[in-house]
Design a binder for this molecule. Structure first.
Ligand code: FPP
Length: 249
């Protein structure tokens, strides 16, 4: 499909069955770069261009919530050079894109832990993101230094402190209370989780929130992921029957 042909797919989307929230695991940058005879980091650079296209497409189809996995708590285990490159690429991309995001109705925030981040990183992120927080067309979460287990640990720490200080009783801890203490508090759970590059696993991504998500996998490496494939994932999602553990009526 040529880059513009995705527009032919857009009218096929059933507006009444739009997913509210799509979460993406952008995988395969390193393999893509290797295939082109380039260094892994060039794959990440190419990946950013695709993030931009997918955000633009998300706006075009009026998606409300989009979450992308940019850097996991496990990614610190990569070479120092690659980690430093990713940290810089992600912050530079935010700084480079923020004006456009603000103008296009996007409300962007980074979700993840502050642990191990270089000093001042979080402050720069917040300074930039804050400029978009009046927007409400598309909520874009960048999962940065994100790990689902770390997210749960931090939630449990806050909740247990509230119990200790008498603000909350153990028997009052419900699913809602836990959801309200996650980085995604106040947002709907993802309806659809997309993973590229042929890997079929969740990798510590939104583990609480994706309990009833539909999963969509493709062999495509992230830098080759297209707007058309993104729309196709939504069309496939709309064919699925979601029962949330209940019997079909
Ligand atoms: C996985 O591919 C990709 C990553 C760990 C990084 C993804 C980050 C970006 C595309 C930058 C996003 C930037 C913003 C501002 C949202 P991999 O390196 O694991 O690939 P491999 O499995 O082929 O080795």
């Amino acid at each position: 499909m040529t880059s513009d042909n995705y527009k032919l797919l857009i009218p096929k989307i059933d507006k009444d069955k739009m997913p509210n929230h799509i979460a993406i695991i952008m995988d395969g940058n390193g393999r893509w770069a290797k295939k082109q005879g380039m260094k892994r980091v060039n794959g990440h650079k190419a990946g950013v261009r695709v993030v931009r296209e997918i955000v633009e497409t998300a706006r075009e189809i009026n998606l409300k919530y989009l979450t992308v996995y940019a850097f996991s708590t496990e990614n610190w285990g990569r070479s120092r050079m690659e980690v430093n490159y990713l940290l810089k690429l992600i912050l530079d991309s935010l700084i480079g894109e923020i004006d456009d995001l603000v103008q296009n109705g996007v409300n962007i925030r980074f979700i993840g832990t502050e642990q191990h981040l270089p000093p001042g990183y979080d402050v720069k992120v917040e300074e930039n993101c804050r400029r978009s927080w009046h927007n409400n067309d598309l909520y874009l979460n960048v999962a940065m230094n994100y790990g689902g287990r770390r997210e749960l640990i931090e939630a449990v720490q806050v909740i247990s402190t509230k119990v200790k200080d008498g603000y909350l009783k153990p028997e009052d801890i419900t699913e809602q209370v836990i959801s309200d203490h996650l980085y995604t508090a106040g947002m709907p759970d993802p309806d659809l989780v997309i993973r590229t590059s042929g890997e079929i696993r969740l990798s510590n991504y939104l583990i609480w929130q994706s309990t009833y998500s539909e999963f969509w996998f493709t062999e495509t490496l992230w830098p080759d992921f297209s707007r058309a494939e993104f729309i196709q994932s939504i069309l496939d999602y709309q064919e699925r029957k979601r029962r949330f553990g209940k019997r079909e009526k």
